[in-house]
Design a protein around this ligand. Structure first.
Ligand SMILES: *Cc1c(COP(=O)(O)O)cnc(C)c1O
Length: 351
């Protein structure tokens, strides 16, 4: 888990008028999302406690991560996902041998059911916002960003083994990842290994904006919303880790941003074409948030900015096809290739 690349992406940076932009590509984890960092800790803790069964509720990725890591460790596990989770994520659970309970209801209903089942059957509960160790797993992304940034900018950093960026953008559903990102940089600061905190930006969809709303209104406890975003990994009615997420933004002088679903799907393309990173909608949301922040003047052109891609585009091929368009279907002749080239003239393959 982890050890994912921090990619310098100069062409994507140019397109936003930035000079030092990096993508932390956590789509390259074993189950293809950042959730592996947390599920690794869950399986280790469960085994330490001799738990017979680990369970989790999940919009899909936390479950896929638990399924992979449980399979690696031989740990029986039960998964509660909303029935509407993307097929790729459900396929991951099934191949890795989890007991998959597809709940005919929302993520929030699956969450409450998992909690009740863990109490009833004595299972170890991995669920986000319930299990405090998940933050400890998720924070490792910040430790890596600090180390990799120092490596990438040795000229600037001199001998420093860690370096803080100026700003980090990450998409937010329950708020656990954002809280974990905060904890990681706090640990580095407490050790004296970085000399300041980055500003943390939490990006939500306008169709799932409970934390954004609470931040705007100065509330401590977010009012639930009825989430309908296409970015399933951040589709949350009542965030389960709201306090850490709100604190992460408030204490670092960052912000929450809410971006429309159209901007989220559209952001899949520049990530793929200008940075070579294939993101699922929730991952692309972070880039859409950065674009909005640049427009609003929240980020200066010379600042060092990290966007975390939290999940791979192969998780939700339907969304990718919506963003990327359809292939040109041709008969198997050279003539057809010539015609297709003429029809697409003016458009380079990478545009
Ligand atoms: C879980 C997840 C998020 C959001 O994380 P929270 O801890 O729920 O805020 C974002 N992107 C992806 C791909 C995820 O799987």
């Amino acid at each position: 888990m982890g050890d994912t690349p921090l990619l310098a992406v100069p062409r994507l940076a140019d397109s936003l008028g930035l000079r030092h932009l990096f993508i932390k590509d956590d789509g390259r984890n074993p189950s293809a999302s950042l959730k592996d960092r947390a599920s690794a800790i869950a399986v280790a803790r469960a085994r330490e406690q001799g738990a017979a069964v680990v369970a989790t509720a999940s919009t899909g990725n936390a479950a896929a991560a638990l399924a992979v890591l449980s399979a690696a460790a031989g740990q029986p596990n039960v998964i509660f996902v909303p029935k509407a989770a993307p097929p790729a994520k459900i396929a991951q659970l099934l191949v890795h041998g989890s007991l998959v309970l597809a709940v005919d209801g929302s993520y929030d209903q699956a969450y409450d059911l998992c909690l009740a089942a863990c109490r009833e059957f004595g299972w170890y509960n991995r669920s986000t916002g319930y299990n405090p160790y998940m933050t400890e797993g998720k924070k490792t992304v910040s430790l890596e960003i600090g180390a990799q940034l120092a490596q990438a900018q040795t000229d600037l950093a001199g001998p420093a083994p860690f370096l803080a960026p100026d700003a980090v953008f990450v998409s937010v559903g329950d708020g656990c990842i954002l809280g974990g990102v905060h904890k990681g940089f706090q640990d580095l600061l407490a050790l004296g290994w970085i000399d300041r905190m980055p500003r943390l930006y939490g990006v939500q969809s306008t169709r799932s904006a409970a934390l954004y709303n609470a931040w705007r209104a100065g509330r401590e406890v977010p009012a639930p919303v009825e989430a309908t975003t296409r970015a399933d990994s951040i589709s949350v009615d009542a965030p389960r880790d709201p306090f850490k997420a709100l604190r992460a933004v408030r204490e670092t002088g960052g912000a929450f941003l809410a971006v429309p679903d159209e901007a989220i799907l559209a952001a899949i393309l520049p990530l793929a074409r200008l940075a070579g990173v294939f993101a699922e909608p929730a991952g692309a949301a972070a880039l859409a948030g950065l674009a909005q922040a640049v427009e609003q003047g929240l980020v200066r052109p010379d600042e060092t900015v990290v966007v975390i891609n939290t999940g791979s585009g192969l998780k939700d091929v339907g969304a990718a096809m919506e963003a990327g368009g359809a292939p040109v279907v041709i008969p198997p002749t050279l003539e057809a290739v010539r015609k297709a080239l003429a029809d697409s003239s003016g458009r380079r393959p990478q545009d």
